[in-house]
Design a protein around this ligand. Structure first.
Ligand SMILES: Cc1cc2nc3c(=O)[nH]c(=O)nc-3n(C[C@H](O)[C@H](O)[C@H](O)COP(=O)(O)OP(=O)(O)OC[C@H]3O[C@@H](n4cnc5c(N)ncnc54)[C@H](O)[C@@H]3O)c2cc1C
Length: 417
């Protein structure tokens, strides 16, 4: 016991020393999603007093389940050593990927080589478990619920964040991790609503067993009319299903029963177990969401404020990189702040490390999924992603090498030197 206390004391002393050197002492993070939580852990490891301000009244999962990929898991392990082992226990690993048509015929079966090649698997997990595990690495009193950020003011020394509940918070630095409809982004960039990508998505997690659904496997079924559904083991007897279909407009179906009826109709006649799993899902558990993104921008920051995760680089979910890139952002931002001699240089290094990379991932995500049905897609693509379009279109193997071999810590060291 005394040994543990000594280790904690040593860690506290290390963090205090780091804090004395850091270019900021107190950071406000708007948004307690996956990106905000990871950023708070990463900054606190640098001895910085990071506080999260979340609009929700309770920390509730915003999605059903998700896949984390080697680049994101490596970033997260750098932030909180040992966390990947906990996530593995709580989730499942995508070892076999079965690609099927809507009649259930196998087009391709792939054994994942991610672990052998990159040292990290595809880890599939319930959103709520990921959120709990991240939150458990933080002191609970630093997460301020019912704090919707509505604006901020900054001067040379401070940033004051304003909340809808009438309260304010003062900090040296503000990170907007408030998602695709970020309030912080609207003040910094002012680019209005996100752009609808022509697809509607439905997602749910359900405790479910079926002879066709096996542990550590992913079934991905697609149809030529642009529909697809993924059935993913996320551990503990839970299956995460995530479906998508082309839709002329982004209006929601209304109530939960109408949402369930719509997705049931979209996938009527598909092979087992698709109709059965939709039927077995509680209507209230189905999340319906249009697929949106935004064109990339060349700066995410102004003075003492920057963006991170979906607030900075929202992307179509076709590569499953949203959370993984948010973890990369969190790791790199904390390394930049921990090693820079001024806040300006920390932000400049963060942007240098992150903007071009995420632009390429946004481009690839759009290229693979978002507008592939649209006759004007090539034109949008070249306009939005000028300068990186060719890099986003390389072959799968080359792209995966570039994507998964990213080492935040090596990049952080280069930035610091
Ligand atoms: C259909 C679909 C499937 C997906 N599948 C995957 C996947 O398999 N793998 C993957 O990595 N990613 C996936 N994503 C993307 C992933 O959801 C996001 O990229 C990820 O959640 C981004 O994290 P974030 O913290 O930046 O934003 P969010 O998770 O959106 O969190 C933002 C937080 O900010 C809060 N907030 C919002 N506004 C304010 C405000 N004004 N003040 C205070 N708080 C505020 C919100 O309540 C929320 O808690 C998918 C997305 C979709 C739509």
């Amino acid at each position: 016991m005394r040994e543990v206390t000594n280790m904690n004391e040593q860690e506290e002393t290390r963090q205090e020393k780091k804090s004395k050197l850091a270019v900021v002492k107190k950071v406000a993070i708007a948004g307690g999603g996956i990106g905000g939580l990871a950023t708070a852990i990463a900054l606190r490891k640098q001895g910085i007093d990071a506080q999260i301000y979340e609009r929700a009244r309770e920390l509730r999962p915003v999605g059903a389940g998700l896949s984390l990929l080697p680049n994101g898991l490596k970033a997260l392990e750098g932030i909180e050593p040992g966390i990947v082992a906990r996530l593995k226990q709580a989730g499942s690993q995508g070892e076999i990927i079965n690609l099927q048509n809507k009649s259930g015929e196998t087009i391709l079966q792939n054994k994942s080589v991610l672990m052998e090649k990159y040292g990290m698997p595809m880890l599939n997990i319930r959103w709520s478990r990921l959120q709990e595990i991240l939150a458990s690495a933080l002191p609970p009193d630093i997460i301020h619920l019912n704090h919707r950020c509505i604006g901020f003011e900054q001067d040379r020394d401070r940033v004051t964040v304003n909340f809808e509940n009438g309260k304010t918070a003062e900090a040296d630095f503000l990170v907007g991790a408030d998602g695709i409809n970020s309030a912080v982004r609207q003040i910094l960039i002012g680019d209005g609503s996100p752009r609808y990508g022509g697809r509607m998505s439905w997602r749910a997690v359900i405790q479910y067993s079926h002879e066709l659904l096996r542990a550590n496997e992913v079934i991905l079924m697609t149809a030529v009319e642009g529909k697809n559904i993924a059935l993913i083991d996320v551990g503990g007897g839970y299956i995460f299903w995530s479906a998508g279909a082309l839709s002329a407009d982004d209006s929601s179906s209304g109530n939960a029963a109408a949402v369930k009826s719509r997705v049931s109709q979209e996938f009527a006649g598909w092979a087992s177990p698709v109709p059965e799993i939709i039927e077995a899902t509680d209507a209230e558990a189905i999340v319906e969401r249009p697929i949106w993104d935004r064109p990339p921008v060349s700066s995410w920051s102004q003075g003492r404020v920057t963006l991170l995760g979906d607030a900075a680089h929202p992307m179509a979910p076709s590569l499953g990189q949203g959370a993984s890139t948010a973890f990369e952002d969190a790791r790199i931002l904390a390394l930049c702040i921990g090693s820079a001699s001024s806040l300006e240089s920390a932000i400049a290094s963060y942007e240098t490390a992150r903007i071009e990379r995420t632009k390429i991932i946004q481009a690839r995500s759009a290229f693979v999924g978002l507008r592939s049905y649209d006759p004007d897609s090539e034109k949008y693509f070249e306009e939005d992603f000028s300068g990186v379009a060719e890099r986003a279109k390389v072959g799968n193997e080359e792209f995966e090498e570039w994507l998964y071999r990213y080492e935040c810590d090596a990049i952080g060291q280069t930035l610091a030197s």
